[in-house]
Design a protein around this ligand. Structure first.
Ligand code: ZN
Ligand code: ZN
Length: 173
């Protein structure tokens, strides 16, 4: 993988390579030291409301791979659609949402907003989820993997990333 290739599930960052991002004011800066387990474009109503856009691009990444260099983000707890809590993290100064923690998701992982990366073009969604609430004027690329709600990890993730998730669950148990 070259330095400027798109990172999809199963692809890896180069040796020593990191993704970096920040909030709009720069108080929060962070680095991601591994490729995401998967990248979701989520079209649910919560993500539309939080971002003010048609969907959010979330990188599912183990928390241990996210290093914060600046201010610690603040959290606000939402009731997730599935009934489990969803903590959204944002900059206390400028209000930019930087990531989510879903209490219902397995393991100890953050869902980091790809739009806040310095190089957001590196990331392309692996799957589109909750397309039941996709805005009707938005047409997904023909080859997209799309799910009306969520999907079964077993049927979608690469074997290597399923192994990473199993390790992450064991570490956080
Ligand atoms: Zn900020
Ligand atoms: Zn969502």
């Amino acid at each position: 993988m070259g330095n400027h290739s798109i990172i999809e599930a199963g692809a890896a960052l180069g040796a020593g390579e990191e993704l970096s991002g920040r909030c709009a004011c720069g108080a929060i800066r962070y680095r991601i030291g591994a490729s995401p387990l998967i990248v979701h474009a989520c079209h649910c109503r919560d993500c539309q409301r939080i971002t003010g856009g048609p969907f959010v691009i979330n990188m599912w990444i183990e928390r241990k791979h996210v290093a914060i260099d600046g201010a610690a983000p603040k959290a606000f707890r939402l009731a997730g659609g599935s009934g489990t809590a969803h903590d959204v993290y944002f900059c206390g100064a400028c209000g930019t949402y930087v990531w989510s923690f879903y209490h219902g998701a397995p393991g100890d992982a953050l869902f980091v907003r790809a739009g806040a990366l310095e190089n957001p073009e590196r990331i392309r969604p692996d799957v589109h989820i909750f397309t039941r609430s996709k805005l009707p004027w938005l047409e997904l690329p023909a080859e997209s993997r799309a799910f009306r709600e969520f999907y079964k990890i077993d049927q979608v993730w690469t074997p290597a990333n399923k192994a990473r998730l199993a390790a992450n669950r064991a570490e956080s148990a």
